[in-house]
Design a protein. Structure first.
Length: 131
């Protein structure tokens, strides 16, 4: 069973993004977090937090690109100071569906809250149409 604090953190992460609450979403990350997108086994982008949040906010503000993402499965290895979590996700935009994986390195801050240090994500199934 996954540590309930990690599950709660991940649930908040996906719901804040899906609701377009970029303040809550960006608060999930350490200030110096690194986000990496992998496609077909190659790193396609590596970016620091600020431009990533700007990109995500722009997408969620636009009705044509706004989407909902939810966990379909997750697992984690937790030691109290850090955790690695792997999440299978489903992204939905209208009738379009996309499946993928997020791999997180989480750090528990001094206040006891989980924060994302690194996020590596990739698509596993482009499903019904391009998103």
């Amino acid at each position: 069973e996954v540590d309930p604090s990690v599950t709660s953190f991940l649930t908040g992460y996906y719901s804040s993004w899906s609701e377009g609450d970029m303040n809550a979403y960006s608060d999930c990350f350490l200030d110096d977090a690194v986000i990496v997108f992998v496609d077909e086994g190659e790193v396609r982008s590596r970016m620091p937090l600020e431009p990533f949040i700007e990109q995500q906010a722009s997408m969620q503000r636009n009705p044509a690109t706004r989407a909902v993402e939810r966990m379909t499965d997750h697992r984690a290895d937790v030691d109290g100071v850090a955790a690695t979590a792997t999440v299978d996700w489903l992204l939905e935009r209208g009738e379009r569906r996309l499946r993928g994986v997020d791999r997180f390195t989480l750090i528990k801050n001094p206040a006891g809250a989980w924060k994302i240090a690194t996020l590596v994500f990739y698509v596993t199934d482009r499903g019904s149409g391009e998103i």
